[in-house]
Every structure is written in structure tokens, then in C-alpha cells.
Design a protein around this ligand. Structure first.
Ligand SMILES: [Zn+2]
Ligand SMILES: [Zn+2]
Ligand SMILES: [Zn+2]
Length: 283
């Protein structure tokens, strides 16, 4: 199993553990904040499972019906995740709104407080780990997952504060915390939707990445010039193509070697690049 899939599996395991303990705490306390967190964790689990499937499918090689590979399956899975999360967020926000005028009773809030005190650091360190793997291996799915865990810290902290508020005699703290959880979920789903939409519209990579790719061509002294440098994102990979100009009369063998060396240099410079297609023109 690759490092990326390993990290995705770990994310599933952590989300499962969080989900089970949050549901238990929600039942014990009757806190709507904890119920909201449970719904949130349920969809996080589903999301990390979808991310796992997306990464696995994206790693499949090209075949007869997908000549450019399967990378965009990763984005399709993000889009499905986003739609699911939007649905739950709406339910959570509606419930929080209804409970605000007459908050329910919260029992044994200590149990909920204790669970949140444990789950916040667990969530935080999972996010850090996923972020590290995402950076080293170049995976947008894991990067999204890591960013998600970071916002989960906000969500859990809101529930923690809500429970403390209830204990201090402010029963509205609980539905208020649930509302924060709902808003965090909405924020995540909008981000996911936008990102996958951009990829489906063949958006180019960010300026920094483009500058790195362009830098390789600018630094290459054997070519006289280049044009039509293009790049687009597919899943967590980048597809690049460019036209290079070579001195008139250069043997085809030499030109071909130079083209391949440029491809290799771009791949080394930007590890997310999946392939580079270079078109050769005489000067
Ligand atoms: Zn979440
Ligand atoms: Zn050209
Ligand atoms: Zn070749």
C-alpha cells in the first residue's frame, strides 16, 4: 500500500474512533452540540472513505476508455462529499435554530467535555500528519482532508465551549455550538465544491507552480525560445505541454534527447506533474 493510501486509511480509522465516541457522548449528555458533532463526524468518515476510493481509482493506469488516466475521479469524489456535507449542515443549522428558543437539558456534561478535550488534540495531530504526507507525496485529496481536520478542531472547540457554557448556567451555549458546527460544515463543502468545479473546468495550477515549470524552460540554454506553455489540473496531478524552438539543422536524435531532459527536469521540479508533452520546432 502506498504512503498516500496509508494516510487515507489512517484518516478513516481516526474518524471512526471519533464518531463512535461522539455518538456515545451525545446519547449520555443529550447535548445537541454533540449530536451535531456526531452527524459531522459521520460525514467526515464518509468523506475520508470517498477520498480513499478516489485516490485508489486515480492511481489506476490509463486504459482504452480513459486515455489521460483516472485522476479526475478524485475530484468527482470531492464533489460528492461536498453535496453530502451541505445536506447535513442544513439539517444541523435548522435544528440549532429550533433549539435556540428552548434549549434541551444537558446531563453529565463532564463526559462531553472530557471527550472533546481528548478529541481536539487527536484531530489536530491527524491534520498535521496528513498535511505532511500531502506535501511530500503531492496529493490534493489528502491536502483537503488535512485542511478539513483543521476546521474540525474549530468545530470541536465550539462544542467544548458550548458544554462549558451550559455548565456555567447558559443553556443557549449548546445550540449555539451546534450552529458553529453547521457553519464549519457549510464552509468546508463550499470550498470542496469550488475546488472540484475549477478542476473540471481545466483550471491552470497556481502562479507559484506555473513559475517553477516556466523556470525550467527559461533556464534551458539549448533551446532558442519556447511558447504555448500550458498546464491543467487533473485530480492531484498536473498535465503540462509546451512548444520549444531548437537551432536549425539540429539532428532529430539530439532534439529528442533535449525534449526528454526538459520533461524530466519539470517532473523533478514539480512532483505533482504527471506528464509533460513537448512539441519541437526548428528555429
Ligand atoms: Zn469535519
Ligand atoms: Zn508552436
Ligand atoms: Zn521520446
Amino acid at each position: 500500500m502506498g504512503k498516500k493510501l496509508g494516510a487515507a486509511s489512517m484518516s478513516i480509522a481516526v474518524n471512526t474512533a471519533l464518531l463512535i465516541s461522539k455518538i456515545a457522548a451525545a446519547f449520555i449528555t443529550g447535548s445537541i452540540g454533540l449530536y451535531a458533532e456526531s452527524a459531522h463526524s459521520l460525514f467526515d468518515l464518509l468523506a475520508s472513505f470517498l477520498a480513499y476510493l478516489g485516490i485508489r481509482k486515480a492511481e489506476e493506469p490509463e486504459d482504452r476508455t480513459h486515455h489521460f488516466g483516472h485522476e479526475k475521479f478524485e475530484n468527482l469524489s470531492s464533489m460528492l462529499q461536498a453535496l453530502l456535507i451541505t445536506g447535513t449542515a442544513s439539517v444541523v443549522l435548522f435544528e440549532a435554530y429550533q433549539k435556540f428558543s428552548e434549549p434541551g437539558k444537558v446531563d453529565f456534561s463532564e463526559a462531553g467535555i472530557l471527550l472533546m478535550l481528548i478529541s481536539i488534540p487527536v484531530t489536530y495531530f491527524t491534520s498535521r500528519y496528513l498535511g505532511d504526507v500531502a506535501k511530500k507525496e503531492g496529493s490534493s485529496a489528502l491536502e483537503a482532508d488535512s485542511a478539513h481536520f483543521t476546521t474540525d478542531v474549530v468545530s470541536s472547540a465550539a462544542v467544548l465551549l458550548g458544554l462549558i457554557a451550559v455548565k456555567l448556567g447558559f443553556p443557549q451555549g449548546d445550540p449555539l455550538a451546534a450552529a458553529v458546527v453547521g457553519l464549519v460544515m457549510l464552509y468546508i463543502s463550499v470550498e470542496l465544491l469550488l475546488h472540484s468545479f475549477f478542476v473540471f473546468m481545466d483550471f491552470s495550477p497556481d502562479k507559484e507552480t506555473m513559475a517553477k515549470i516556466k523556470g525550467v524552460l527559461v533556464a534551458e540554454k539549448r533551446i532558442t525560445r519556447f511558447h504555448k506553455l500550458r498546464a491543467r489540473i487533473a485530480g492531484s496531478r498536473i498535465l503540462v505541454d509546451a512548444h520549444i524552438h531548437l537551432p536549425h539543422g539540429m539532428p532529430v536524435e539530439t532534439a529528442h534527447t533535449i525534449a526528454h531532459e526538459i520533461e524530466t527536469m519539470i517532473l523533478r521540479e514539480v512532483p505533482q506533474v504527471k506528464e509533460v508533452n513537448i512539441h519541437i520546432e526548428p528555429d
